[in-house]
Design a protein around this ligand. Structure first.
Ligand code: GBH
Length: 439
C-alpha cells in the first residue's frame, strides 16, 4: 500500500473567482465586464442567471473568511476583479476596489491562510472589449499596467496571471458559449497570442518590481488519449494534445509554439502574422510555478471526435478519470523544464440540495476528491514537485453559462438567503487537512 500521507507543509486550499462569487456588480465604482454584458443577453446563460448578486461575497467576506478558518484551510485562491480596480480598463485605480482586496488579504493573514491571487479570471472590463479586447495587442499592455497596480497595492507572495487562456480561446472565441460570445477561429487565435503576451508581460513586471515573489499561469490541462487501438486514433490524440495542452505549455515553458499546431492554426487564422520579434521571449519569461487545473481527460476516436469512456458528473464534459491527473503531473515533469506545480483547481459539479435534516450530503464529490487527491499523491511519490491542492470550489457559485444550476462548492449556498452550509465533502476535506493523510 502506497504511503498515504502528505508533507506537513502541503498547501491545502480552496479556490474561487471574482465574478462567480462577489456580486455587488454596480458597487464602489465597479463598471461592467464582458461577463455582465454577455449574461444580460437572453439565451447566453441558463435561466437568464447573471453574476449581479452571485454568492454576495463582496458583502460577506468576513463570514466567508471565518468559514475558511473553520475548515482549516491553509490556502485560498481568489481572483481580483479588474473592473473594480480600473473600472474603465485603464488609468488611476479606484481605491475602493483595491481596499476590498486589502481587507481580504488582511483577513487571511489574521487566520494564517496563505493567499494566491489570480489577476484575470475572465472579467475583462467592457471598455477594453469595446476597444477590441484580446484581439487588440494593446490589451496586453493594459493588462501589464493593471498588474503593476495590484502587485504594488497587495502584500501577496504568489500570483497567477491568466486563468485558463484555453477556455477564453475555445469557449469565448471559437464556440461562443462564454463572453465575448465570438464564433470565429480566425479571431480566436489572435486573441490567444495576446493572452499569452499579457501573461508574459505581467510576469516580467512582477519580477522587476518584486523580486522574491512568484508568478505563473493557471492552465487547464486535458490529457488526450486514443479511444481505440488504431494508428489513426493515436494520431488524432497527438493532434488534439497540441490544441489542448502544447499550444499553451510550449510557448510559456520552451519559448516556441508547437509547429504542428501552429500549421493547423495558420490554415484558419492570421494569428502567425501577429507574432512579432521578441514576443516569444516575453511569453517565455521564466515562471516560478504552474497552476494546474484538471477536470477531465479527452479520449478521441479515429476521426478525432471526443468519446466518453467513463462516467460523467452533472455536466457532460466532466468525464471522471482520476488517473488523468496523475498523467498530467508526470507528463509535466517528464516533458518540460522543472517548475513547482500547484493544483489550482480540481472538483466536480452536482445538483446538491439541503436535506430535511439541514445537511447537504455529497458522497460523489467526496469520492471524486479522494480519488483525485490520491492521484496527486501517486505523482508526488514519483518525485513530481506538487506544492499544494486547491479544490474548486469553496462555495457554490455562478457557473458561467450554466448559471446557478451546477454546484461545484464544498460549501452549499442557498442563493435565496445566502446561507452557507458545509457539505459532507467540506467536513471530509477538513479532516483530511487536519490529519494530512488519506485513509
Ligand atoms: C474552470 O473552467 C474555471 O476556471 C472555473 O471558473 C469554473 O467554474 C470551473 O472550471 C468549473 O467549470 O466545450 O461545451 O464541452 C473549466 C473550463 C469547462 C472549459 C468546460 C471547457 C467545456 C464546455 N472548462 N468547458 S464544452
Amino acid at each position: 500500500m502506497p504511503d498515504q500521507s502528505f508533507p506537513d507543509d502541503f498547501l491545502w486550499g480552496a479556490a474561487t473567482s471574482a465574478y462567480q462569487i462577489e456580486g455587488a456588480a454596480d458597487e464602489d465604482g465597479r463598471r461592467p465586464s464582458v461577463w455582465d454584458t454577455f449574461a444580460a443577453v437572453p439565451g447566453n446563460v441558463r435561466d437568464g442567471d447573471t453574476g449581479a448578486v452571485a454568492a454576495d461575497h463582496y458583502h460577506r467576506a468576513a463570514e466567508d473568511l471565518d468559514l475558511m478558518a473553520s475548515l482549516g484551510l491553509r490556502g485560498y485562491r481568489f481572483s481580483i476583479a479588474w473592473p473594480r480596480v480600473q473600472p474603465h480598463g485603464g488609468g488611476r485605480p479606484d481605491q475602493r476596489g483595491l481596499d476590498f482586496y486589502r481587507r481580504l488579504v488582511d483577513g487571511l493573514a489574521e487566520r494564517g491562510i496563505r493567499p494566491m491571487a489570480t489577476l484575470f479570471h475572465w472579467d475583462l472590463p467592457q471598455a477594453l472589449q469595446d476597444a477590441g479586447g484580446w484581439e487588440n495587442r494593446d490589451t496586453a499592455a493594459r493588462f501589464a499596467d493593471y498588474a503593476e497596480i495590484v502587485f504594488d497595492a497587495l502584500e501577496i507572495r504568489d500570483w497567477l496571471t491568466i486563468n485558463e487562456p484555453k477556455t477564453v480561446v475555445d469557449c469565448g472565441y471559437r464556440l461562443g458559449i462564454h463572453a465575448p460570445g465570438v464564433r470565429d477561429d480566425a479571431r480566436a487565435f489572435v486573441a490567444l497570442h495576446h493572452l499569452l503576451l499579457a501573461h508574459g508581460q505581467a510576469s516580467r513586471v512582477l519580477h522587476e518590481r518584486h523580486p522574491g515573489r512568484r508568478i505563473g499561469p493557471a492552465l487547464n490541462l486535458h490529457p488526450t488519449y486514443p479511444a481505440e487501438d488504431t494508428p489513426e486514433a493515436a494520431e488524432a490524440a497527438r493532434q488534439r494534445d497540441g490544441l489542448e495542452n502544447r499550444l499553451y505549455l510550449d510557448p510559456i515553458l520552451t519559448g516556441a509554439y508547437p509547429e504542428d499546431t501552429l500549421a493547423w492554426i495558420a490554415e484558419r487564422s492570421p494569428m502567425p502574422g501577429h507574432i512579432r520579434d521578441g514576443d516569444l521571449a516575453v511569453i517565455s519569461e521564466p515562471i516560478d510555478l504552474i497552476g494546474v487545473q484538471y477536470y477531465n481527460p479527452i479520449f478521441v476516436d479515429a476521426k478525432g471526435e471526443r468519446v466518453h469512456l467513463h462516467p460523467t458528473a452533472q455536466l457532460d464534459w466532466l468525464e471522471i478519470y482520476p488517473r488523468g491527473l496523475y498523467d498530467v503531473l508526470t507528463r509535466l515533469a517528464a516533458d518540460y523544464p522543472p517548475v513547482p506545480l500547484v493544483i489550482t483547481e480540481n472538483g466536480m459539479a452536482a445538483p446538491d440540495e439541503r436535506g430535511p435534516d439541514g445537511r447537504v450530503d455529497d458522497p460523489e464529490r467526496v469520492a471524486y476528491l479522494r480519488d483525485h487527491i490520491a492521484a496527486v499523491r501517486d505523482a508526488m511519490a514519483e518525485g513530481v514537485p506538487v506544492e499544494g491542492y486547491h479544490v474548486w470550489s469553496l462555495l457554490d457559485n455562478f457557473e458561467w453559462a450554466e448559471g446557478y444550476s451546477a454546484r461545484f462548492g464544498i460549501v452549499h449556498v442557498d442563493f435565496a438567503t445566502q446561507t452557507r452550509t458545509p457539505k459532507t465533502s467540506a467536513l471530509w476535506y477538513r479532516d483530511l487537512i487536519a490529519s494530512g493523510r488519506l485513509s
